[in-house]
Design a binder for this molecule. Structure first.
Ligand code: OOG
Ligand code: NI
Length: 459
């Protein structure tokens, strides 16, 4: 019997192998990430592993896929459910991007600490929004929905095996092998010819819409390794002659603790695709949709920490608007230094970030009663605080990554009222509860606080 986490690890590894064959620059990205991680480990020692063991970080990947309908999303949820991955977080990218990105998203990932430590594989999954009249008029929406209703992304055998794996918490060897083969091939780039006229019709609205609704299959859009020094990685990729997008999305490089998530990517590459012309002939064309992303992860912020983060992004924008010649990274660093705590300790004390706590073996044992609050327990040598790593995504960064890799701006009619979607709506579409990331981190923190309180005899 192959357990769910082993299925997840095997799926991630095979997907990586497949994607490396399809997009050789991805292999360069993985190699350079590994080199950077080894160098950081040598330079910083144990400190480099504060946000995850080198074993976890080296194996860590997130993928991104895009689907067209709630029914397809519900099928995706069954496949990832087999791998012990649950939908977490609701991201609305329609308003986060200046260009036309008509999708709402969630991420499928393990939620339990032990499962994350075994293999943290996650997949950012976007759902097209044909009903949003800012992007699609009634005629195009109807054509798009008809097209999507007529395609099959996942063979029934794959879905049946997925349901069985989820119900039985794993699969026997042979069934596991079959499941993995079918699952990986469902995300391969299809060689079937694309109807060029239809693809271009959608592309005029949005390149993302064309990538999702212009073809009869889905594919992995990118597979992202985790790196311990993203600025160094950016420099080395550029030295390898690989064209990167302009910026690193998310928090700036600075001397204080890493928080949330920093991401960058190499530009989408032209890939050969078969195109069917209106007269029925098939020709070779090239499409630029898949790119290579890389990320560095930091500490998970609480709701208060997150609203501080969002307000700091606003401050950076304001300063840049006043001084358009300024360099974004420098403005951002100055804002960070002014407003964000420079130590983990202060992040914890101001309840801006999540930590887990453990009782220290060499704690004071002179009969004194331990103090009642966490900060005093840590500073008095009773407890050790360990940051909880951010396992999720950022809508503005996601929109920035989408946008930097789109060939055209697309079009949107902002005079029309968009349709409001939220986590509850998405839960209905997925057919499973979309979990709230803050609650997950909070539960993890609270469980550890309960445990140390019991151990120290505090109430
Ligand atoms: C997803 C873009 C966002 C991330 O890591 O934030 C993303 C996509 O291109 O489908 O991958
Ligand atoms: Ni990504």
């Amino acid at each position: 019997m192959i357990s769910q986490w082993r299925l997840r690890a095997a799926f991630a590894a095979r997907l990586s192998e497949m994607y490396g064959r399809e997009v050789p620059a991805y292999t360069t990205l993985v190699d350079v990430s590994r080199e950077v991680n080894e160098d950081v480990l040598r330079a910083r020692g144990a400190d480099a592993e504060r946000l995850g063991s080198i074993g976890r970080v080296t194996a860590e990947r997130h993928g991104a896929i895009r689907v067209g309908t709630p029914a397809e999303l519900a099928q995706v949820a069954r496949i990832f459910g087999a791998l012990g991955m649950h939908p977490v977080g609701f991201y609305d990218l329609r308003d986060a991007a200046a260009s036309a990105v008509p999708v709402v998203s969630t991420a499928f990932r393990p939620v339990d600490g032990e499962e994350l430590a075994r293999n943290p594989f996650r997949v950012f999954t976007s759902l097209l929004t044909p009903a949003d009249p800012r992007f699609f008029d009634t005629g195009l929406r109807a054509r798009l929905e008809t097209f999507l209703a007529g395609r099959e992304l996942f063979p029934p055998e794959l879905l049946t095996l997925a349901d069985r794996a989820e119900a039985e918490h794993g699969l026997p060897d042979e069934a596991a092998e079959r499941f993995l083969q079918l699952a990986v091939s469902a995300f391969e780039l299809s060689a079937d010819p694309i109807d060029r006229a239809w693809y271009e019709t959608l592309e005029r609205v949005s390149a993302v819409a064309a990538d999702i609704g212009g073809v009869r299959s889905t594919h992995i859009n990118h597979l992202t390794p985790r790196v311990l020094d993203i600025d160094e990685l950016y420099r080395r990729m550029t030295e390898h002659g690989i064209e990167m997008i302009d910026t690193v999305q998310g928090p700036p490089a600075w001397r204080g603790p890493d928080v949330l998530l920093r991401q960058t990517s190499f530009r989408a590459l032209a890939e050969h695709r078969a195109l069917r012309l209106p007269d029925g002939t098939v020709t070779q064309g090239a499409l630029r949709v898949r790119f290579g992303e890389v990320e560095a992860r930091g500490i998970a912020l609480t709701r208060e920490g997150r609203s501080l983060y969002d307000s700091l992004l606003g401050r950076i924008d304001e300063r840049l608007a006043r001084d358009p010649g300024a360099q974004r990274s420098e403005v951002a660093r100055a804002v960070w230094e002014k407003h964000l705590p420079a130590t983990e300790q202060e992040l914890a004390e101001r309840k801006l970030a999540y930590f887990t706590y453990e009782v220290v073996d060499e704690r004071p044992r002179d009969g004194r009663r331990p103090p009642a609050d966490l900060a005093a327990l840590v500073s008095g040598g009773w407890l050790r605080a360990t940051p909880i790593v951010y396992e999720d995504f950022l809508p503005r960064s996601a929109a920035g990554i989408f946008q930097s890799n789109l060939s055209g701006e697309g079009s949107r009619d902002n005079a029309r009222e968009g349709i409001a979607y939220d986590a509850a709506w998405l839960s209905g579409a997925v057919g499973r509860e979309v979990l709230d990331p803050f609650s997950l981190y909070e539960q993890q923190q609270n469980r550890s606080v309960d445990r140390v309180s019991r151990e120290l005899g505090l109430r």
